[in-house]
Design a protein around this ligand. Structure first.
Ligand code: NAG
Ligand code: NAG
Ligand code: NAG
Ligand code: NAG
Ligand code: NAG
Ligand code: NAG
Ligand code: NAG
Ligand code: NAG
Length: 904
């Protein structure tokens, strides 16, 4: 049978030789065929890049264990900057180091595409329209350990595996893995991590994974989650498409198409579902489909894993048409842009084909590519913060890409009824942004007028406001808080809380007035303009216009800079009255009623971001506000970069704060960019700001919003215009960073879990609903979630440039039952009910393990095959050796089928 196969090969060579001869210059790389080792391959690719910089770019995707580069050569007519909507394609070969045909074919393909670009029309078109990445070797270390002419793997799979003796095609996260603790990268090989990162971070559309040891195209899924070894299909939602992709390769390959190229295997039409052939847990193919937008098919190219080099021209001839057609398949189906009303790309939108349970998501340029077979489909796009697009009918034809763009509207979903109601009265706003100019608005609101104003807002906008008092001042005035949100009444897990507090010093009144105007502005604009609608839909906003209503009543209009009315009715400065990280002193030893009420309130809601509005200066002041005893000057918090950014967000959006000009009363006091560290300016112990950050987990700034403490009423319109955008912009920062839910593996919310960011010695905690919010700047962070009684979990999280990323975590209970389930194959009696087992029990447990973990465990009867009394459990990665015995009784064919699958 082996001879017959060789005979077939020869027949093919002679039939293909016509084409080669008719076009000899194109394939001169086939002369003197031999394999290139790592150094030769590196040099060749560097040379190709140097000679053809406009169409070839060499990239290292990562390093092997022995520090060899995992090279990928990009070939495209615009390697400098991929043209919008050009699909990305990749081939990855030689993942098993001793399966080498694909590796050398990639070297040939690179030369073929580059040499023929501009000469051959088909090649030119392909390189013009497709961003092609060729990775000849994912396992360069394994290759160097392999031996030309070896058709089977060496003993111990030397060469197949990487330098750490790991099979890389069993090392990827699998969709059927139970919940892992630690990071998704923990314990994985450098080659695997490099490829995982590459696959997830680039918008690949189609991919081929080139192997050897059989001749067949094998498509997802490779795994069914069962403990079977083979023989049942595990279909993906795109099964028909995958079959067609596999057939495209197989039917153009003269040996593969018959399905009987090698001795043992038979494949109908040269293709197979992966799990049907044999189950692979942790393979790269399924990882591509499950975790990225990329469709990958595995191609087994040769019966002999490492055939002699003289077969290579034949292999090229056999595979060339298949390879080209497979790359061309990147253009099947539909592609287009998903944009918002302004034409801006919508990132990470789901592009849904109705009836197919597999979405494609948009790239950071709003592009998508949806491979589809010819036919008629219904499609739509959906993205967080947007209304789903219209459903469209899309016709897909063979050999032509359908273009279908989607345009999306930001959603303000929750309160649609309300908005329609609002919409009926056509709205026009005055220059201050208010409905119907209200001549009475810009005045000083004393306590009773303020209460009246609050009640009027509350009455006018019952659906989006919630007015309540959080306590009383010394003289019995209410400390009013207006909550404004699409869900004003109570915290919704997943929706962050924001607050502004003003007038803590009774004679600093600008903030008090601005918060009244702000509530009117927010209510009047909700459902009318996108910015405010998005804000109130995504955030619950609390406005406390006066924390010190008693002091206010003692102070007087026109006061530039005095201290009259600064303190509360007991003449205590409330901004010295909070518990301090360094000092207990005469100012904060006894809490004032206002302080106590505000502290209780702050701790009752999961506040994320806050500002305390003062005046008498023009600067955004960030933690810390004071120093440990014996120190002076700047005192930075662990979140200094974030605080600086937040301070900038206010200062930059303010009409003049960012200019850093001095206030007339303090001509020498200038603040670069209008921001300052509190302690650097002057030390304040017992301030509210640091307490918010350190105790309540809420990031707070103290913002001085004007040079004069109690300006005349005629100045108020200008203050409003100067600060309006800054007030809105600052609130929007609540929705930055990382947020999500911490739950147990059974879905129960975990309260009080710590969210730690590597390198930052400050953490926030999850709230009752398991929800948490961590403001962070764009970038990558290693985030650890810790909760008492649970195993902690660390993962790298990417914070996007705008907005936040959802990062939900399930923590595993740290108890014997869960531990056993996760790590000890569920044999809970090992830890729960320690006892000696009878022989029968031992037999049963070991046999059970073989059934469940048959890829690593063999229940064998010592070396004698006969004795039923001496038994042992063998746990090994060398499964095939045991499978021969295990299946001997039930027939040789099946066992050899299994073996050949296991080793290919
Ligand atoms: C890449 O091209 C796009 C337009 O296709 C352009 O907007 C962008 O600035 C370019 N980027 C670079 C780095 O040249
Ligand atoms: C490939 O792109 C080049 C440059 O954009 C163009 O001149 C050429 O016509 C294109 N060729 C094909 C076959 O698309
Ligand atoms: C596809 O996206 C839609 C819209 O976002 C979503 O409702 C659906 O659950 C997604 N389907 C899958 C299989 O992820
Ligand atoms: C899709 O959007 C792109 C970019 O805006 C545009 O060039 C193209 O004409 C649009 N195609 C269709 C079919 O609307
Ligand atoms: C509000 O009115 C505008 C124009 O008057 C209209 O285009 C829009 O669809 C309306 N919105 C709602 C939610 O009814
Ligand atoms: C606010 O309005 C609601 C609904 O109209 C009302 O039930 C509530 O009593 C009002 N709150 C205050 C403090 O007046
Ligand atoms: C909003 O308020 C109106 C009355 O102004 C009421 O009829 C309606 O039911 C409310 N809508 C919601 C969603 O609560
Ligand atoms: C996260 O931790 C891993 C493992 O220690 C490290 O390789 C990686 O660079 C870290 N990422 C960041 C963003 O610090």
């Amino acid at each position: 049978m082996y001879l017959k196969a060789i005979f077939l090969v020869l027949v093919i060579v002679s039939s293909e030789s016509h084409r080669i001869r008719s076009n000899p210059a194109d394939e001169s790389f086939l002369n003197n065929p031999r394999y290139l080792n790592y150094d030769e391959l590196t040099n060749l690719f560097k040379q190709l890049e140097a000679e053809h910089p406009e169409i070839a770019k060499l990239r290292s995707v990562g390093k092997s264990v022995k520090n060899r580069d995992l090279w990928a050569l990009e070939i495209n007519s615009n390697v400098a900057n991929r043209t919008l909507l050009t699909p990305m394609f990749k081939f990855v070969a030689n993942m098993h180091g001793d399966e080498t045909v694909g590796r050398q074919l990639m070297v040939y393909l690179a030369q073929y595409l580059i040499d023929n670009y501009g000469k051959d029309e088909r090649v030119t078109k392909l390189v013009n329209s497709t961003d092609i990445y060729l990775m000849p070797s994912m396992n360069p270390d394994g290759y160097e350990n392999s031996e030309e002419g070896m058709c089977e793997s060496k003993p111990g799979y030397t060469g197949r595996e990487n330098e750490n003796s790991k099979d890389l095609n069993r090392d990827f996260p699998d969709q059927f893995d139970s919940v892992r603790t630690g990071t998704i990268l923990a314990g994985r090989q450098p080659e695997t991590i490099a490829l995982m990162t590459w696959i997830i971070s680039r918008p690949f559309v189609l991919s081929g994974n080139l192997h050897g040891g059989a001749v067949v195209a094998s498509y997802p899924f490779d795994d069914s989650g069962s403990k079977r070894q083979c023989c049942r299909e595990s279909k993906s939602p795109d099964d028909a498409l995958f079959k067609k992709l596999a057939l495209t390769y197989a039917q153009n390959h003269p040996l593969m198409k018959g399905g009987r190229a090698c001795r043992t295997d038979q494949f109908d039409q040269g293709i197979t579902n992966g799990a049907f052939w044999y189950e692979v847990r942790g393979g790269m193919q399924d990882f591509n489909y499950v975790h990225s937008n990329c469709f990958e098919v595995t191609f087994e190219l040769s019966c002999c894993k490492f055939p002699k080099a003289e077969t290579l021209p034949t292999e090229w001839a056999n595979n060339k048409e298949s390879i080209l057609q497979f790359i061309e398949a990147s253009h099947w189906g539909v592609k287009g842009l998903v944009t918002d009303r302004n034409g801006e790309p919508v990132l990470d939108a789901d592009v849904v084909v109705v009836g197919v349970r597999h979405n494609i998501t948009t790239s950071n340029r709003g592009e998508y590519w949806r491979l589809l077979l010819p036919g008629e489909y219904e499609m739509y796009a959906a993205a967080y913060g947007f209304q789903p697009s219209k459903l469209v009918k899309v016709v897909v034809e063979a050999d032509r890409t359908t273009i279908q763009n989607f345009s999306m509207e930001r959603s303000s979903a929750e309160k649609d009824d309300y908005k329609i109601l609002l919409n009926q009265t056509q709205r026009t706003f005055d220059v201050y942004g208010f409905l119907s100019s209200d001549s009475d608005l810009f005045k000083h609101h004393h306590y009773h007028e303020m209460v009246e104003f609050l009640k009027e807002i509350n009455d006018s906008y019952p659906n989006i406001t919630h007015l309540h008092s959080v306590g009383k001042s010394v003289q019995g005035r209410d400390l009013w808080v207006m909550v404004i949100s699409s869900t004003p009444m109570k915290h919704t897990p997943g929706k962050p809380e924001f607050k502004y507090i003003a007038n803590m010093h009774g004679n600093e009144i600008v903030g008090r007035e601005l918060l009244l105007y702000l509530m009117k502005y927010l209510c009047e604009h909700y459902g009318v303009d996108d910015r405010v609608t998005r804000l109130l839909d995504g955030t619950r906003i609390h406005l406390m216009p006066s924390m010190n209503p008693d002091g206010y009543e003692r102070s007087h209009e026109g006061d530039d800079s005095s201290a009259v009315g600064r303190g509360n009715a007991n003449n205590v400065d409330l901004n010295r009255n909070f518990p301090d990280q360094y000092y207990i002193n005469e100012f904060n030893r006894a809490l004032q009623p206002e302080t106590k009420a505000v502290m209780d309130w702050i701790l009752s809601e999961p506040f994320v971001l806050s500002a305390n509005l003062h005046n008498g200066a023009l600067v955004a002041n960030y933690p810390y506000d004071d120093n440990p005893p014996g120190q002076a000057g700047e005192n930075l918090s662990p979140d200094d970069v974030v605080f600086k950014f937040l301070a900038h967000s206010y200062s930059d959006a303010h009409k003049s704060m960012h200019q850093g000009a001095a206030c007339p009363l303090f001509p020498d006091e200038r603040f670069q960019d209008g921001i300052t560290n509190g302690a650097k300016w002057y030390s304040v112990s017992g301030g509210m700001q640091d307490w918010n950050y350190l105790v309540a987990g809420c990031m707070e700034l103290t913002i001085e919003i004007g040079c004069y403490k109690y300006p005349y009423a005629k100045e108020l319109p200008r203050y409003w215009l100067d600060n309006r955008d800054a007030l809105l912009t600052y609130m929007e920062q609540t929705n930055r960073g990382i947020r999500g839910f911490v739950r147990s593996t059974i879905g129960q919310p975990i309260e009080g879990a710590k969210i730690l960011v590597a390198g930052v010695s400050h953490y926030v905690k999850s709230h009752k609903g398991g929800d948490y919010y961590r403001i962070l700047l764009p970038g990558r962070y290693n985030v650890t979630i810790e909760a008492p009684g649970y195993e902690s979990y660390t993962n790298e999280v990417v914070v996007p440039r705008e907005g936040s990323v959802d990062y939900n975590v399930s923590l595993m209970k740290d108890d014997p039952m869960h531990w056993a389930d996760g790590y000890d194959f569920g044999i809970t009696e090992n830890v729960l009910r320690p006892k000696y087992h009878s022989n029968a029990e031992v037999y049963e447990i070991l046999a059970g393990m073989e059934n469940r973990f048959s890829d690593v465990a063999a229940f064998q009867s010592g070396d004698d095959f006969v004795s039923m009394t001496v038994r042992s459990l063998k746990i090994t990665h060398e499964v095939s050796s045991f499978l021969v015995w295990g299946f001997e009784g039930s027939g040789w064919v099946r066992s050899s089928q299994v073996i050949s699958r296991q080793v290919s």
